[in-house]
Design a protein around this ligand. Sequence first.
Ligand code: PRT
Ligand code: ZN
Length: 213
Amino acid sequence: MSSVLRIALQKSGRLSEDSYQLFKECGIRFDYGTGKLKSVSSNFPAEFLFLRDDDIPGYVEDGVADLGIVGENVSVETGRPVTTVHKLGFSKCRLSIAIPRGTDWTGIQDLQGKNIATSYPNLLGHYLAGQGVKAEIHEISGSVEIAPSIGLAEAVCDIVSSGSTLLSNGLKEVETIFRSEAILIARPELDADKQALVDKLLFRIKSVQAAKN
Ligand code: PRT
Ligand code: ZN
């Protein structure tokens, strides 16, 4: 039986358009955006699954998908044992600590004993531990930036790209703890046939990237 690579992509969000574009530039055709959850390529042995980004590392770990594209922030936060195959150079952002604009900042030690709201408790906890800072981490899944103004936390740790969301919530960025971009992840143990397909795909991705530089 010939192998087919199963590739998990974000259904709709900040990674989707560039992920779809990457495969298009690699000459791999498939339908997307039709509301379907699955699509088979017409000219490459690949099947695409359209999922929430948070679920992608788990599906790759479990072998439901062989490959996936996610933000490095999500891959590291979920802590799933998947292999980072390649950095893709899009959806760049940073995970930063921010505090109310009027508050003084002398350094990370200022967070000692404070409450910090974040959707990234593992990345933040690891960073603070490395800095010897003990703080209370409050995990919230969305709208992290409003936490200080409603008295839920003295600081936030959230994804920043342009910085305008922080600005409009009266916050200032004081420390970057992680830099992220989209990455291609894979199931650690792929059989030889699938590995050959991954190598073929990777060769095309690198050629596309080289042509842009
Ligand atoms: O629905 P699904 O669960 O699939 O998507 P999602 O809403 O969880 O994720 P999505 O599509 O917002 O982001 C997917 C990935 O894109 C993230 O995991 C990051 O790797 C990357 N990325 C790049 C970003 C941003 N830029 C970004 N600006 N993810 C989120 N943001 C948010 C941030 O949380 C904050 O609310 O945008 C706001 C800040 O943006 P600025 O430009 O105002 O600083
Ligand atoms: Zn998500």
